[in-house]
Design a protein around this ligand. Sequence first.
Ligand code: ADP
Ligand code: MG
Length: 728
Amino acid sequence: MSSSNPRFAALQAIAAADYQLQKVNFTETHMKDLFGENVFSEAVQRERLPKPVFKALQKTIKQGAPLDPAIADTVASAMKDWAIERGATHFTHQFQPMTGLTAEKHDSFMAPTGDGKAILEFSGKELVRGEPDASSFPSGGIRATFEARGYTAWDPTSPAYILESPNGATLVIPTAFLSWTGEALDKKTPLLRSMEALSNQALRILRLFGNNEARKVFTTVGPEQEYFLIDKNFYYARPDLINAGRTLFGAPPPKGQEMEDQYFGHIPERVIACMADCEAQLFKLAVPVKTRHNEVAPSQYEIAPIFEDSNLATDHQMLVMEVMRKTAPKYGLACLLHEKPFAGINGSGKHNNWSMSTDTGENLLNPGDTPHDNAQFLVFCAAVLRAVAKYPELLRVSVASAHNDHRLGANEAPPAIISVFLGDQLQDVIDQIEKGAAKSTKQGGFMEIGVSVLPKLPRDAGDRNRTSPFAFTGNKFEFRAVGGSQSIAGPNTVLNTIVAESLDYIATNLEKAKGQGKDINKAIQELLPVLLKESKKVIFNGDNYTPEWHQEAEKRGLPNLRNTVDALPIILRKDSIELFGKYKVYSERELQSRFAILCENYVKTVNIEARLTNMMAKTMILPAALRYQGEVAMAVNAVKAAGADNAAQVELLKSLTATIGEFQKAITSLDHALAHHASGDVHAHTKHFRDTVLPAMAEVRALGDKLETVVADDLWPLPTYREMLFIK
Ligand code: ADP
Ligand code: MG
């Protein structure tokens, strides 16, 4: 084995490596002591803040009351002392720019006193507002560089925490990121606005049901993260994984996922050690990670937390990705969060489990036991159905990206057609309500909402439909189209807003009926069938993968936005602008900026992939193929010189030469596609990349993969699928 071949070097390194796996000792460090250790939590706040300050802060956090600026200095000072005790030297306002990642700039607590000494300082002003030089973040035209000022605003509803590093720690303050004119430059601000919009509308409904205690309704999210872990030596030998996050070449392995021996299988030792380390770090940050298991594809895994309010869940989800990415290398692994790192096997999504809950802890999508609860549940459930039926394209575009195109609308779950799975029992109830007349359920009993005894609705839908993009699963909906590397902020912003609109519609209707002296239960009974009729077209309980469903969906008039380029214009459609404007989630300018950023992002992503494809084809695959061609050519001559029949060698040389010729032609076509200077607007540019560059890349890949199956193994430079996915 020549180790000048990067692939063999990787294999040798893996075989020789001896990893130190034990880094956390759970007999010494107990999980419950770890939990929240590094968070300026409610408990810490209670202990460290004067009572009135604590109360004022909690009122802001729990009820959304405006923050009293007078308390900022006291909170900052307590935070600083607490952080310094835990080794912090710096603080940072962390924000979530439209890159979909997190951003942070650190400042130390140190302030020179002018006499050669220094004190440690952190003021209320520094806590509440920061002013990072933010000109290099995408703004989609909201800011020109000459007016680059953006500022970060403390989000007290997501607690500050300590991020440890080998040398000292940093106090991290979650913030919103805004332009000087108050426009959102980030993903957190619209999410918070959408949560507020939903809360306002949901409270109107609750009041109609006589609930006067609830002061706020939170949307709740439990995001299940799928990811791959492969040996980092392979990762370093693959320029495509390093720079694009996914393999741009790779012939299908002889063994894929067809044995179904991975899902829920035994977790490899090195992987479980890495998972436990990640969990220990996340516990310290009060991220309630709960579940870990093997996923369907080889070397694919999942981590899932217990649900939290959408804002905190989103911040915590960013931390989960960050911690996994940075911990994996300590175990000789690389963590791949990309939606589709490997062709031909499952990609990674993020199941976004979503519900609504009052500040008194009532899950509004829990069917409950009493008729009263059931009526309320049915109203909230109908609101979600109506929202998805009315705005399926917005949900689709909320998960659109060049990466996710390899899942949605390609040959993988879930399809790009947005539909809802209800399950047998809930479907039965809905059918009856829609007909208006029926009064029995599958289990027997009678139903007349709020009047006679309603059937006890299933807490757990039991039959799970894994193919549905939007499924009711007992007491929550699960939006399954979110991509593995995506921030969950965007999809949840859309979900909250479209449901807020439906709740608004329902509340307005019911309030009007009530105002006319109508019995509220009667009004609900009249309204529900209408709502359900409107929503019916989006409900589908069958297999979402079949071609029959695609035909049926077309008949029903459901949109099928197969890729990002088709989906993006939805953002600027009149009804989208009206919707987000009405609930003050995105202004028109903010939508324009997001459209521009997403178009640019698509173009840049595909452009990088195309350049990488080109480079790898020319500098790694073609040279290997030419070396092999030379060997075969020598064999042709050698066999002939030895006086034997060389027909087989000649045949091989011919076919190899033909493939190499096609490969070179395909590379030239890709060169041309890349050289093209797209004119027109930014969306026209995305079309060029979808229609010309992506197919040219696919052609190069197909031929490169063909070469992988014929070129001598000892000449092949790239770690193969059979190695990356199966050597653990
Ligand atoms: P699976 O769908 O894989 O069977 P579970 O049913 O255990 O998994 O739940 C998946 C996720 O749903 C978890 O993160 C869980 O906390 C979350 N979840 C449960 N209830 C709610 C809720 N009311 N709101 C949001 N997420 C929830
Ligand atoms: Mg699930």
